[in-house]
Design a binder for this molecule. Sequence first.
Ligand code: C2O
Length: 543
Amino acid sequence: ARVHEHQFVVQAHKVKRLCKTHNTITVNGQFPGPTLEINNGDTLVVKVTNKARYNVTIHWHGIRQMRTGWADGPEFVTQCPIRPGGSYTYRFTIQGQEGTLWWHAHSSWLRATVYGALIIRPREGDPYPFPKPKRETPILLGEWWDANPIDVVREATRTGAAPNVSDAYTINGQPGDLYKCSSQDTTVVPIDSGETNLLRVINAALNQPLFFTVANHKLTVVGADASYLKPFTTNVLMLGPGQTTDVLITGDQPSSRYYMAARAYQSAQNAPFDNTTTTAILQYRSAKTATSIKTVMPPLPAYNDTNTVTAFSRKFRSLGRPEVPTEIDENLFFTVGLGLNKCPPNFRKRRCQGPNGTRFTSSMNNVSFVLPRNVSILQAHHLGVPGVFTADFPASPPVKFDYTGNVSRSLWQPVRGTKVYKLKYGSRVQVVLQDTSIFTPENHPIHLHGYDFYILAEGFGNFNPKKDTAKFNLVDPPLRNTVAVPVRGWAVIRFVADNPGAWIMHCHLDVHINWGLAMVFLVENGVGKLQSLEAPPADLPLC
Ligand code: C2O
């Protein structure tokens, strides 16, 4: 096993997109940021220096961080932010994970431009569980604003309204041929006739689940979220923000150029969204580069095609025989959803520009999560600082009703708070994640830090323990770090709390974090050193 050292300098850099030059926050002047390539068992040491004018932290999305919770990265959860001029070194070891993950800023909306791929190959000398691909290409799907993303979210926070939707989607940072001033820089992915390549697809978009497809080529899915899957073929992928999918693609079509394309899967109703399409070009190397060849455009599902999403997610099965906990110690039920807060008295009108003079909110079990300000939750827990959080996050919703019915519950007014749920080291945890249609039902990509979890089942309507338990897959459920909870539906996840620390679980639609769709599991130390959190690094940023 090797130790890989990297320097990340977070800094503004001129980036031109959609005809306009922006002072974009980047890592090392690159957009998207550098790709990190390591092997299972290796250690990553990344020194992050902040030369931007914003606070920043970096999160290693999907890395388990066994006993190294101080390196996880979400601001005010496991660390205070790295202030302008400051630095912090993240240090962690890959233990058993293989496939595609990514890294991104975990502070305000900086991750709109501060992100990159994190590729974990098998231990040196170990094979993939599929034929070795000739070439491997990260495909980072992103979202671009023709404005400073930080200003976009600040404005939304000030007005209580929904933020402006993005102006483009991107593939490896480029919008592609269908946008103004963009054709010249369209991402080109080479392929040779007869060869099989691995595409490592990552949805790094801020607020939008995306469909992805390649014209005329079958995609063979072999992994997701750095866990291998029983291979299956499909024409189209759907990835919620945060999710990754590894697919094999074979150059079995006439030598030419084919578009790969991504656009929105939009399940929320009556909500504006970016309805544009980003493209890259799959280019056969033997094809003439003459512009006279017409690039083949693939069909994409309709923006609201939930049936395609369901059919796709039902194909996910772990490779081999995973150890799924068959008994549970914690049986939790969390609602996830949006809502509208009444305008507080003494508020100016401009600050209540949500529907009918309200402010947007969102919550889990009617708690709208608020980050602490002066210390991180993990530091407070570790040092015993009182008054930072309360350990009363509810195990189930305080009021029960028809969560996915058509009733809009404007009366479901969340309480705001920094509430955590404590888990004993080693406890076996089940969480039912239930979408609600308060304001609008929506497919929420729920991401848990510090863990991978098994997705035992997904379904529509209200979860019904009597009949839905029979649908649980305890044999080969997929292991993931982000679950796209079906719109007007539910998903059931299980994990063993074997990693001490403070682990945020949140919707990976970033605006929903701003509105409070998050909670924190506080996992206590077990017996002995190997079950306990390591001591905090000496350079851990303080507030
Ligand atoms: Cu990729 Cu807390 O996120």
